[in-house]
Design a protein around this ligand. Structure first.
Ligand SMILES: Cc1cc2nc3c(=O)[nH]c(=O)nc-3n(C[C@H](O)[C@H](O)[C@H](O)COP(=O)(O)OP(=O)(O)OC[C@H]3O[C@@H](n4cnc5c(N)ncnc54)[C@H](O)[C@@H]3O)c2cc1C
Length: 454
């Protein structure tokens, strides 16, 4: 055996498995197709390179830290959203593991960051009175800068205890008599294999599951827009809660629309998933990097029934439409959307809310399905009742934001597949959709491997 444990993917899931195994005496390797953290650099500089040039591996999505490396670093400690890990390991264990992950982050540079909580907030009542459901959570907001520091410190602790193979794509996993053969630049053998390939590895993982006879279940896709407005409009909420997850049931179709990934005083950014440009958001702890705007996503979940299985393909097709019309992301003023006209550069230049992302002014009604767009408009008016000004003409909507979910891989309560010793964790497993759940799943399987040895 080359290794006792091979971990595929150095996102939060893979990192926390490696962290938990670092002093176990086991020989552990991590294979990551992206770069180490210090070498992750997106070429878009706004001057020479203005839009995505589709690098071989995307520095935003791949490399040490995974998709979360340049994220806002919001670790939500809750079973109410962020994944369904609790369905496998139980609510109590899931919460304990998320708290454990939080302690590690705090011990590696996050000690001066704030833990926000919805417990006891008067905002619950205000939401309920306006048909909005505020979900319960505690959230550790690391911020993009401290998140980077924490990852740097964790890597420093791991690098002499675990073998890291960066810029190394794993092409295949084969079952052997004693474990697994992991095919990368060459073949490596291991007894246990943890697959934590995230969203960027979703297509590859689907192929592996098919080949190894592991059942996958079709999942959902969330489609919507990123809203950007003057930070003052949401300040009474973000100052107290930082991130509020609010769900609204539309009157017209009884669809659920939810807020997602709130970034007070943040920036809107491009995201590249398999060459398709969508939108996302960040914010920084550093005062000097704060903007006058707050951004958050409004998303509608689409679940499909048989015979349609390709929910991600559906989301991609909608995102491709915006890429086709806007050569990337499209931005529209809310006032223009409700008046049925496209936004123009002139109207954007005169807009009170100054966009933090350079996107093409356009018309989102040409891109988003009517039902989704109707739901988003309804929710903006509902939010206006708890945060007056949300439905102002000047509010900016960027499209599209798509949250892709992987097919859910059939695993047991230990996230182990029908092949003894082969685990699927993190967002790639379809079980988690967040930093805290992905990290917790990594700790869980590492502990399971250790329990087999004791
Ligand atoms: C811009 C942005 C902001 C976000 N903000 C937040 C936030 O504030 N809070 C939150 O909870 N979540 C956030 N998320 C989501 C969060 O980042 C993910 O839920 C989390 O990173 C999932 O962790 P993971 O380890 O499962 O997968 P990933 O982080 O996706 O890591 C998987 C890794 O596997 C590697 N890989 C894939 N296939 C292969 C292969 N075949 N061979 C070798 N390596 C491979 C990839 O390169 C990647 O580095 C954000 C995501 C983005 C993109």
């Amino acid at each position: 055996m080359n290794y006792d444990v091979i971990i595929i993917g150095a996102g939060p899931g893979g990192i926390f498995s490696a962290y938990e195994l670092r002093n176990s005496g086991l020989k552990v390797a991590v294979f990551e197709e992206g770069n180490e953290l210090s070498k992750r650099k997106c070429p878009i500089d706004g001057v020479k390179v203005k839009s995505c040039i589709s690098c071989k591996t995307c520095s935003i999505m791949s490399g040490f830290g995974g998709a979360g490396a340049f994220s806002d670093g919001k670790y939500n400690i809750t079973n109410d959203f962020g994944g369904s890990l609790y369905e496998h390991i139980g609510k109590k264990t899931a919460l304990e593991l998320m708290e454990y992950v939080d302690k590690i982050n705090v011990a590696h540079g996050g000690e001066n960051t704030k833990l926000y909580t919805t417990a006891g907030t008067h905002f619950h009542k205000v939401c309920t009175q306006n048909k909005l459901n505020l979900l319960n959570a505690r959230v550790r907001h690391l911020g993009t800068d401290i998140n980077y520091t924490v990852l740097t410190n964790i890597f420093a602790e791991l690098k002499d205890k675990v073998d890291f193979f960066f810029n190394t794509h794993v092409s295949d996993i084969k079952k052997t008599a004693n474990g697994f053969e992991v095919v990368a630049d060459k073949s490596y053998s291991c007894k246990y294999c943890i697959v934590s390939a995230g969203r960027s590895g979703s297509k590859w993982m689907e192929g592996i599951c098919k080949k190894l006879g592991i059942t996958t279940h079709s999942n959902r896709v969330d489609i919507g827009v990123r809203v950007e407005l003057n930070a003052e409009i949401f300040e009474h909420i973000t100052d107290e809660l930082y991130e509020s997850k609010i769900v609204y049931t539309t009157e017209k179709y009884e669809d659920k629309v939810r807020t997602f990934c709130m970034n007070p005083h943040g920036i809107v950014v491009n995201e590249n998933t398999n060459g398709i440009i969508t939108v996302n958001g960040h914010s920084f702890e550093d005062e000097s990097r704060k903007t006058n705007n707050t951004n958050f996503a409004l998303l509608v979940s689409k679940h499909f029934s048989e015979p349609f299985k390709d929910s991600n393909g559906y989301g991609e097709s909608i995102a491709k439409l915006s890429n086709m019309l806007g050569d990337g992301v499209i931005v529209q003023r809310f006032g223009d959307l409700v008046r049925g006209r496209r936004s123009t550069q002139k109207r954007l230049d005169e807009n009170l809310v100054v966009p933090t992302l350079s996107a093409t002014p356009g018309d989102l009604s040409l891109i988003l399905p009517k039902r989704i767009l109707d739901g988003i408009i309804e929710m903006i008016y509902a939010l206006d009742k708890v945060a007056t000004g949300t439905a102002n003409d000047e509010t900016l909507l960027y499209g599209v934001e798509v949250k892709f979910y992987n097919m859910e891989v059939e695993t047991d309560e230990n996230l182990e597949t029908l092949h003894n010793g082969l685990y699927f964790i993190g967002d790639g497993s379809g079980v988690t959709h967040s930093l805290s759940h992905a990290s917790a799943s990594g700790v869980h399987v590492a502990r399971h491997i250790l329990s087999k040895l004791s």
